[in-house]
Design a protein around this ligand. Structure first.
Ligand SMILES: C[S@@+](CC[C@H](N)C(=O)[O-])C[C@H]1O[C@@H](n2cnc3c(N)ncnc32)[C@H](O)[C@@H]1O
Length: 290
C-alpha cells in the first residue's frame, strides 16, 4: 500500500478522536519508530510503497490509538530532554512541565558551580528527573526512590540504557522520616491530581497511566508534600534546596506548607502554559547553626 494512503487512513479513523495535528504527529512518530523513515519521506517520495509486513505494525498501532492508548506506550519509549526513555503502563509518561523543573535545577547548579553534590528524586517513575540530573551533573551522586517496584525496574533499565549511575531505593515516602544520607537537593513530582479533577483529564491519561502515580484524595490532596517536606527537613544539608512540581490549583497552599516549616527563599514559577507549577525552597537547618 502507498504510505500516503496509510496516512489518509490514520486521519480518517482518528480525526474525530484527536486534533488533526496530533494525528499527523502520531503517524510520523510511528513510521520513524517502526520503519526508520524520516518525516519528510512523503515530500521526497510521494509514491513510497510499504510491503504487507511493513504495514502491519502501523495498522496495529492505529487500532490501539483508536482505543486511546498513549502513543508512548505503543512505542514503549519517549523522549525527556536529551534522553530516550523506555516507558510502560507502570510509569507515568514524563511531561514537558517536568522538563522545566529539571532545567531550573540544572541552571541553579551550574550558576552555583556545584558539581559534587548529592541529589534525591522522590517518586522517580521512569527515572526521567534523576537520569537527566545525573547525565548533566556527572559528579553528582544521585539517588532515586519510588514505592513501586515495577516503576523502579523501568527506571533501572533506563539508567543502564543511558549509562548513568543512580542508587535506587524502594520505599514509601509516607513512612520514611529519614535516611542515613544528607542531600544538597531533594526534588519531587509526586502524585497531585485530586479525584475531582479527573473529569478535566483526557481518557488516554485516566484509562492508561498508573493511578497511584497521579491521584490523591480530595480530603488530603497535599499528603505527599507534607511527607516530602518533613523528610527534607531531616535530610537536607544546611541551605540545601527542595524543588517540587505542584498542582496549579493548590500552589499557594503548597507554598504555605514550605513557609510554615521554616523554608526560606521560597519561589513559585509558572510552566510553559502559564500555570503555577514549580516551587523551590531552601532549608535553613537551624539545628546545624546552633
Ligand atoms: C507523578 S509520578 C512522577 C514520575 C516521574 N518522577 C515524572 O516526573 O515523570 C509520581 C511517582 O510517585 C510514586 N509514588 C506514589 N506514591 C508513592 C509513595 N508513597 N512513596 C514513594 N513514591 C510514590 C509513583 O509510583 C510515581 O512513580
Amino acid at each position: 500500500m502507498l504510505l500516503r494512503d496509510i496516512k489518509n487512513i490514520f486521519h480518517k479513523e482518528l480525526n474525530t478522536l484527536y486534533p488533526k495535528e496530533e494525528v499527523s504527529s502520531f503517524f510520523y512518530l510511528l513510521i520513524e519508530h517502526f520503519l526508520g523513515l524520516e518525516r519528510f519521506v512523503l515530500a521526497l517520495q510521494p509514491d513510497f510503497v510499504l510491503s504487507k509486513k511493513e504495514e502491519q505494525p502501523l495498522f496495529q498501532a492505529l487500532s490501539e490509538l483508536r482505543l486511546l492508548r498513549p502513543v508512548q506506550y505503543i512505542m514503549g519509549k519517549t523522549h525527556f530532554m536529551d534522553l530516550e526513555l523506555t516507558v510502560n503502563p507502570n510509569v507515568l509518561i514524563p511531561r514537558p512541565e517536568t522538563e522545566e523543573l529539571v532545567r531550573w535545577i540544572l541552571n541553579d547548579c551550574h550558576a552555583d558551580r556545584r558539581e559534587s553534590i548529592t541529589i534525591l528524586d522522590i517518586g522517580t517513575g521512569s527515572g526521567c528527573i534523576a537520569l537527566t540530573l545525573a547525565k548533566n551533573c556527572p559528579d553528582a551522586q544521585v539517588y532515586a526512590l519510588d514505592v513501586s517496584e515495577q516503576a523502579l525496574e523501568v527506571a533501572q533499565g533506563n539508567a543502564e540504557q543511558n549509562e548513568v549511575e543512580i542508587t535506587f531505593l524502594n520505599a514509601d515516602i509516607r513512612n520514611l522520616d529519614t535516611l542515613d544520607i544528607s542531600f544538597d537537593i531533594v526534588v519531587s513530582n509526586p502524585p497531585y491530581v485530586r479525584e475531582t479533577e479527573k473529569k478535566e483529564m483526557r481518557a488516554n491519561v485516566t484509562d492508561y497511566e498508573p493511578k497511584e502515580a497521579l491521584f490523591v484524595p480530595d480530603n488530603d490532596p497535599l499528603l505527599f508534600y507534607s511527607a516530602i517536606i518533613q523528610f527534607s527537613k531531616n535530610n537536607l544539608k544546611k541551605r540545601g534546596s527542595l524543588y517540587l512540581e505542584v498542582n496549579q490549583y493548590l500552589a499557594q497552599e503548597t507554598r504555605q506548607l514550605l513557609e510554615d516549616q521554616n523554608f526560606t527563599d521560597i519561589e513559585l514559577r509558572k510552566d510553559l502554559f502559564g500555570n503555577d507549577r514549580m516551587l523551590k525552597g531552601r532549608w535553613k537547618n537551624m539545628r546545624s547553626e546552633t
